[in-house]
Design a protein around this ligand. Structure first.
Ligand code: SF4
Ligand code: SF4
Ligand code: SF4
Length: 287
């Protein structure tokens, strides 16, 4: 009997029903055009049961594809210009929120970062499955802290004391209780600040300016049977620095992980601070 193809590498998952596959498709930042939706519908009619399941990580999967049609279905996805998903021990499709594209709270262009991550990283083989999520602000709608590597948009507030009239509006609304008026001066506790941008938006005197803007980067999160919160390992990483920084994280991970070990296990073994320091070293050496 001939060996079966590595279905997961191409985004096909064996179903519980023998001989049938789920055909998974990815997209960029959860976006798909109406025209592409029609193509997905055609594929579902042609190869599956006519049904499409929306996955929790923004993908779509078509159930009921016969194993013997695997190659034909795979080629049809590519010919339609759609993006196949990937599974197994590699970088999985990226989850991202709309960020500054449409969300009023967005601080960064999440869709641009997600597109780069998709083009440059998805499908890369690693010791274990590795998931990325990108969120445009501290609301963290895509749960970056529950992913192997998470990117959360951040904008640093800076007080212009000349303009501040100490009205206290920002103090009341700060979700982190990071602001206070002490001795007639507005102060921000940057250790508590989420860099969420709320205070900058609401100040009636435009006395809060935006300082550094970029991504807070989290590493070592996961869901599943034993969920784990990721550790914050870098702050305000500028958009153009994210890719080299990510390469440094992956280099450290690959060096330290045994097969099957996710980043969370490596971080538990070595400690988040040690991993962050090692990543900094690798990133600096690559500059
Ligand atoms: S994480 Fe922020 S920017 Fe992204 S969708 Fe949620 S509220 Fe909007
Ligand atoms: S809302 Fe603006 S003016 Fe009022 S205390 Fe805050 S920074 Fe100052
Ligand atoms: S950015 Fe957000 S958390 Fe930080 S001081 Fe302003 S309102 Fe508070």
């Amino acid at each position: 009997m001939s060996k079966k193809p590595d279905f997961k590498k191409y985004g096909f998952i064996p179903q519980r029903q023998p001989g049938l596959l789920l055909m998974r498709l990815r997209n960029r930042a959860g976006n798909i055009t109406a025209a592409d939706l029609c193509k997905v519908a055609e594929l579902a009619e042609r190869f599956g049961t006519g049904k499409v399941h929306v996955t929790i990580r923004q993908g779509m999967e078509i159930p009921g594809v016969k194993e013997e049609q695997f190659e034909e279905a795979r080629q049809a996805v590519l010919a339609a210009g759609l993006l196949p998903a990937v599974c197994g021990l590699r970088i999985r499709p990226v989850v991202a929120c709309p960020g500054t594209n449409t969300c009023p709270y967005g601080l960064v262009n999440t869709e641009a970062l997600a597109a780069r991550l998709d083009a440059e990283f998805v499908g890369r083989d690693l010791p274990a499955k590795t998931k990325f999520a990108v969120s445009g602000c501290a609301n963290a709608c895509t749960k970056p802290q529950a992913h192997d590597i998470g990117f959360r948009g951040a904008a640093e507030p800076v007080v212009d004391h000349e303009l501040c009239v100490k009205c206290g509006a920002c103090v009341k609304r700060c979700p982190a209780q990071a602001m206070a008026i002490d001795n007639e001066t507005l102060a921000i506790d940057y250790d508590q600040c989420l860099a969420c941008g709320v205070c900058v938006r609401l100040c009636p005197k435009q006395a809060l300016k935006t300082g550094r803007v970029g991504y807070h980067i989290f590493a070592g999160g996961k869901g599943g049977r034993y969920p784990n919160d990721a550790a914050l390992i870098a702050t305000f990483v500028a958009e153009e620095e994210v890719i080299p920084y990510l390469e440094a994280i992956l280099a450290v991970y690959q060096e330290l992980a045994d097969k099957g070990q996710r980043l969370s296990m490596v971080m538990a073994r070595h400690g988040a601070a040690a991993i962050a320091a090692q990543v900094e070293k690798v990133a600096a050496a690559a500059e």
